[in-house]
Design a protein around this ligand. Structure first.
Ligand code: GLU
Length: 476
């Protein structure tokens, strides 16, 4: 029933072309939540031929930092979420906000408030004691307070006004203005605060749809009241569901709160993240999971976004990434691994490509290459490890001698998994598979767990394989 209503009013906006924005505050690194908001706005713009705008909300001078701005911009670029306009910075638009502040002040829709933090805190405590929901009492509303004495500029919230809006995801939402105290909109004419600057910018940038996290729902009625006071048209709103950790608590823990940069460093591909993040609160009608961005754009609609929280499932992220890795050639993967882990790489190109050939299906992120590589280094192991179960040392030694003999006869350019298997498996069948293959594998890896002996031999090459078998024989 409600979806019919939405269809009537969406997606084409009566107030002009579709223009959406991502408006991050540079007070922290780009994390999954902001990336998801950016992605959904981007998808919506792409789907409907609209514009996607990047606006940096850096009015909080104490908490904003250029390093965060850079991280956010780099992260959005890496994900491929290209914007059509921006980055606009609120810190570069102060004259615009000042003009509107002056208007509100001169129309007596806003006023300077002289209440100190201590006064406000006392007032709050008193209200709590009386069992009332705390809000600013409006104490300074009717005084003429000079700008120099003002602690803050407040907007007069009209009393007992119903504010109703149709959230494109959540349905009709109603607030009562009597629950909202006069709103702090600026510290002074040069320092606007969040709710005010957003309203001015959304208007000036002709934003048609505000698509943002559910944590902003309580700001929406305040912003609508400001729009009414300033005679601005009201954009449409869509509030995205919360992202939850696997235990269904609000996103905060290890994985979901991690910055996008960290996912990049651990070897997740941008196409994986875009695909995975798109599924945080949305899914296509056919329930397909692995989708390229172009396919997501085709299938995307606001109507298919859920209201319930979206659980962040790291297993699913790993699975998706392994699917994307599988499709890449070994040389493509090797290129990326070198870019990411240059200093940690200890093997040569040729061995690496062979290792990727045998190991790529076991990798869920590029970082896993480092442990694969680790499986190639020969530690100083105990000779007892070489014998399978209770096999006698001499029997083990004999098995390794046989293996050594046959291995010597295989030509270097034919030294691959398949040939090795063809030549050595008859011996294994003769000697007993455990008795033959176990010591060979341990001789090659020096570990109780590793890839199989033929895989290892192909990667190590003839010379190194023979050297390791020899070391084992000498240990015995
Ligand atoms: N700057 C706000 C934030 O980072 C977003 C504001 C908005 O989308 O309206 O949460």
């Amino acid at each position: 029933m409600f979806s019919k209503l939405i269809k009537l009013i969406s997606p084409i906006s009566p107030i002009g072309p579709i223009r959406v924005r991502i408006a991050p505050s540079p007070t922290g690194y780009l994390h999954i939540g902001t990336a998801r908001t950016a992605l959904f706005n981007w998808l919506f713009a792409k789907k409907h031929g609209g514009k996607f705008i990047l606006r940096i909300e850096d009015t909080d001078l104490e908490r904003s930092d250029k390093k965060y701005e850079k991280d956010i911009i780099d992260g959005l670029r890496w994900l491929g979420l290209d914007w059509d306009e921006g980055p606009h910075r609120q810190s570069e638009r102060l004259a615009i906000y000042e003009k509107y502040l002056q208007n509100l002040l001169s129309e007596n829709q806003a006023y300077y408030c002289a209440c100190t933090k201590e006064t406000l805190e006392k007032e709050r405590q008193l209200q709590i004691k009386k069992g009332e929901a705390p809000k600013y009492s409006g104490r300074c509303r009717n005084f003429k307070i000079a700008p120099e004495q003002g602690e803050i500029i407040r907007f007069k919230i009209p009393p007992a006004e119903k504010i109703q809006f149709l959230d494109l995801i959540r349905g009709p939402i109603i607030f009562d203005s009597s629950l909202i105290g006069d709103l702090a909109i600026a510290k002074n004419l040069q320092t606007p605060l969040y709710n005010f600057a957003v309203v001015i910018d959304d208007y000036e940038m002709k934003i048609s749809h505000v698509i943002r996290g559910e944590d902003h729902i309580a700001n929406t009625p305040k912003q609508i009241l400001l729009q009414r006071a300033l005679n601005f048209p009201e954009p449409k709103y869509a509030h995205l569901p919360l992202i939850l950790d696997p235990d269904r608590s609000k996103m905060s823990k290890r994985y979901s709160a991690t910055s996008i940069q960290e996912y990049k460093e651990r070897g997740y591909l941008p196409e994986t993240l875009v695909n995975f993040i798109a599924l945080l609160g949305w899914h296509p009608a056919d329930d397909q999971e692995k989708m390229a961005a172009s396919e997501i754009i085709r299938k995307f609609s606001l109507e298919r976004i859920q209201k319930a929280g979206a659980v962040f499932d790291i297993q699913k992220l790993n699975w998706l990434n392994s699917q994307y890795l599988k499709e890449k050639s070994e040389s493509e993967l090797w290129q990326k691994i070198k870019e990411l882990y240059d200093k940690k790489i200890s093997i040569q190109n040729e061995a690496a490509l062979k290792l990727l050939k045998i190991g790529k299906l076991r990798m869920s992120k590029l970082e896993d290459f480092l442990s694969l590589q680790e499986s190639l280094t020969l530690p100083d192991y105990d000779s007892n490890l070489l014998s399978w179960k209770n096999t006698h040392k001499e029997t083990t030694k004999e098995a390794l001698r046989l293996a050594q003999e046959v291995t010597r006869t295989i030509l270097v350019h034919e030294f691959n998994q398949k040939n090795l298997e063809n030549q050595l498996m008859p011996l294994a069948d003769n000697q007993g598979r455990g008795e033959f293959l176990w010591p060979l594998r341990v001789a090659l890896s020096g570990k109780d767990k590793s890839p199989g002996p033929f895989e290892l031999m192909e990667v190590l090459g003839k010379e190194e394989s023979l050297r390791r078998i020899n070391i084992a024989i000498e240990k015995l």
